[in-house]
Design a protein around this ligand. Structure first.
Ligand SMILES: C[S@@+](CC[C@H](N)C(=O)[O-])C[C@H]1O[C@@H](n2cnc3c(N)ncnc32)[C@H](O)[C@@H]1O
Length: 272
């Protein structure tokens, strides 16, 4: 496992994923105690002045531009508020990962399980989450943990955000969603995927449609025309059990990101 999210924290793809995640958490609040499972959690909080972020420059082209923007849609407000709360002196030095955002959004009675398979990332995550009620971290494979730990009833949100270093990440996502949805039809899930070439993404969607009978909501953020399949040309979110109004929110989030931070970018939001 070579992937280190510190190089990518706060990039355009994090903005899309985290803004959507916060909208989902807000929409699901109040349906009873919520159970959140984050299969690929990372370390939880990132230093944008560290060598990895400085080397990639991705946060400068992402969260730094979002924080300076005056035209960002209101769907980013919860994310920018979280970033502001972590950076009181205005310079954007710290960026929250999914564990931080989820843990901050929990209400009494909600629970959160954060899985991470890289030892030093899990150590940092564990230290960061220690003492938070309802929060547990696991040094374990997130797909296996989701299958073992997802409850059989009640509102559950699954966040699946793998590094896609291994070719079996795609079939494992399909397998986990199919098996968990067979157990609990009311499962909600947010899956993040890279957009390189369309063949890989379309193949994944076809497999998912074959195995998971429920409607899917897809949001593509294309940062540039998809002409070079070796580049990450954008990202996609795939949602299962999306709440009412989510398509509208995703159009705003992905549209602003592609058009403002992209280079000839465009967003596509559709159901399957
Ligand atoms: C894209 S990052 C996660 C970012 C995080 N979800 C966020 O939004 O802040 C993917 C993480 O998954 C970890 N990882 C890789 N394979 C894993 C597996 N099978 N189970 C759990 N974690 C894994 C990597 O070490 C990495 O920290």
């Amino acid at each position: 496992m070579n992937y280190r999210h510190a190089f990518h924290a706060g990039n355009f793809a994090d903005l899309v994923k985290h803004a959507a995640l916060l909208r989902l958490l807000a929409a699901m609040a109040g349906d009873g105690s919520l159970r959140v499972i984050d299969t690929h959690a990372g370390r939880g909080l990132y230093d944008l002045a560290g060598p990895e972020a400085m080397k990639s420059g991705e946060a400068q082209a992402g969260i730094v531009r979002l924080m300076a923007a005056s035209d960002a849609p209101s769907q980013f407000q919860a994310l920018t508020a979280a970033v502001l709360a972590l950076n009181r002196d205005r310079a954007v030095r710290r960026y929250p990962g999914s564990p931080w955002l989820i843990a901050e959004a929990l209400r009494a009675g909600d629970t959160y399980l954060a899985c991470e398979l890289r030892a030093e990332e899990h150590r940092a995550l564990h230290d960061l989450m220690t003492g938070r009620p309802g929060v547990r971290t696991l040094f374990a494979d997130g797909f296996d943990a989701a299958l073992a730990e997802a409850p059989r009833s009640g509102p559950t949100l699954l966040l699946i955000d793998p590094p896609f270093e291994r070719p079996d990440d795609y079939p494992r996502i399909v397998q986990v969603l199919a098996r968990l949805q067979r157990r609990e039809r009311a499962l909600s899930a947010l899956v993040w995927l890279p957009l390189k070439d369309l063949e890989t993404f379309d193949g994944f969607l076809r497999d998912l449609e074959d195995e998971v009978p429920s409607p899917l909501l897809i949001a593509e953020t294309r940062m540039r025309p998809l002409t070079d399949p070796l580049k990450m040309n954008g990202c996609a979110l795939v949602l299962l059990g999306a709440p009412h109004g989510m398509a509208h929110d995703l159009r705003a989030i992905c549209g602003w990101t592609a058009e403002t931070l992209g280079d000839g970018g465009e967003a596509r939001v559709y159901g399957l």
